[in-house]
Design a protein around this ligand. Structure first.
Ligand code: HAM
Length: 418
């Protein structure tokens, strides 16, 4: 019979990789709780309209990458390609804007994009992200960028750089788009067919094009940062000042427009020198119109999402070993003592220890072999004598040192040794 394999672009996570994921998830929870973020979990699929309206119908994500299907009730649903639209949808639907303060969320979970898989690029990948609502200050933008840099640094990921830009607002962007369109039209024939279409649908997306000729041409086009209105320019300079205050080293990239349409003002991306072509570890920005556009109040937002696979690629393999708890193998000399051994395991588990016994073992030697496999730190051997005298003989596997204790001393021994 033919083997069934996992769908292209998906993965299975198990030990020793899974320990890195657990480590990262714990770090995220611990770190972001310091800034008063609380976790939010939203569904993995949403009505397709949410992403079409939220992300923008001209984006690569919506045009080419969504897993969209009709359910048995004829509804068009989409596996979430990102989570900002979902968090906004949840906050509007559950009225969180009135009920919660501060409106700071973090999330961890799988996202789905139909992309060509390669190192660091999956069809089911995982993001952790944060969203902050109802704060329009440039200072909170800087704080969000500061946490992103600082968090990666705390994981030992240091070969990183953050690029920042302002993509303007509904006041200055249309004026700029007009200038950009004119500039692009002058070179229409030299642009790829995709970009020729974008001139008329969403010219900002020309900056996303991966083709070299389009890229080179776009260097001659006017940039948004030269065309910001007073308010956006002021926001941008406050952002830069605050980043300097917080000692966050940043680079300006006036052509970074991000791949999603909802951004206004601040946009940023963190890249890693260790990742090769898929070097974006994290991206985000401000979205002051998204909540309104999805039917909510006029509330601003800012956030980012990081690719967890890309973070994991930076974490050392030693994490699995460092996270291993001390393990006790409970071995028994004869099959008649198996129940005594099980009762001992019960005591060990109840006291919070990690214990293992081999139910089917025929002799001690076989049990010790299993002990090697589970990398037991201690072995407790039960024989007739120990049961009769109510003692326990404990062997430390590293030093081969053997101690005999009274059964009633076990709790204390655990406190001292585990
Ligand atoms: P994004 O730039 O589309 O932004 O994705 C954020 C990060 O997710 C990327 O920098 C990358 O590390 C990771 N990523 C994206 N696609 C893949 C893939 N196919 N395989 C592996 N990793 C991937 C967003 O998703 C926005 N929702 C971020 C945001 C939050 N903006 C405001 N709030």
């Amino acid at each position: 019979m033919s083997k069934i394999i996992a769908p292209k672009g998906t993965g299975d996570l198990y030990s020793p990789q899974i320990e890195k994921w657990q480590y990262l998830e714990e770090k995220i929870r611990e770190y972001y709780s310091r800034f008063l973020y609380r976790e939010i979990r939203t569904p993995i699929f949403e009505h397709s309209e949410l992403f079409q309206r939220g992300i923008g119908s001209e984006t690569e994500v919506v045009q080419k990458e969504m897993y969209t299907f009709d359910d048995k009730g004829g509804r068009s649903l989409t596996l979430r390609p990102e989570n900002t639209a979902s968090v906004v949808r949840a906050a509007i639907e559950k009225n969180l804007f009135n009920d919660m303060f501060p409106l700071r969320f973090f999330y961890i979970g799988p996202m789905f994009r139909y992309e060509r898989p390669q190192k660091g690029r999956m069809r089911q990948f995982h993001q952790f992200g944060v969203e902050v609502f109802a704060d329009e200050s440039a200072q909170v933008d800087a704080e969000v960028i500061y946490t992103a840099m600082n968090f990666l640094d705390s994981l030992g990921i240091t070969d990183i750089a953050v690029e920042v830009n302002s993509v303007g607002c509904s006041q200055c962007r249309p004026v700029y788009i007009k200038k950009l369109t004119e500039a692009a039209q002058k070179h229409e024939q030299e642009l790829c067919t995709d970009c020729q279409r974008k001139i008329h649908t969403n010219p900002l997306r020309i900056f996303d094009c991966k083709k070299e000729t389009c890229n080179e041409l776009s260097l001659q086009f006017p940039t948004i940062t030269e065309n910001l209105c007073e308010e956006c320019a002021d926001h941008f300079s406050q952002l830069k000042e605050t980043l300097e205050l917080l000692s966050v080293p940043y680079q300006l990239n006036p052509r970074m427009v991000r791949g999603l349409d909802y951004y206004t003002k601040t946009a940023f991306e963190i890249t890693s020198g260790q990742l090769g072509s898929q070097n974006a570890i994290l991206g985000g920005g401000r979205y002051n119109n998204l909540i309104k556009e999805l039917g909510g109040a006029d509330v601003p937002g800012i956030g980012f999402a990081a690719g967890m696979e890309r973070i994991i690629l930076h974490l050392p393999d030693t994490i699995a070993g460092e996270r291993k708890k001390k393990v006790i193998l409970v071995a028994y000399r004869t099959p008649e003592l198996r129940n005594h051994a099980l009762k001992l395991c019960d005591t060990l588990w109840s006291n919070g220890a990690c214990a293992f016994m081999d139910y089917s073992a025929k002799n001690l030697k076989k049990q010790f072999k299993k002990g090697d496999k589970i990398e037991a730190d201690f072995t407790i051997i039960l024989g007739e004598d120990e049961v009769e005298q109510e003692t326990l003989s404990i062997k430390q596997m590293g030093t081969r040192e053997q101690t005999v204790i009274k059964q009633e001393e076990l709790e204390q021994w655990l406190k001292n040794n585990i």
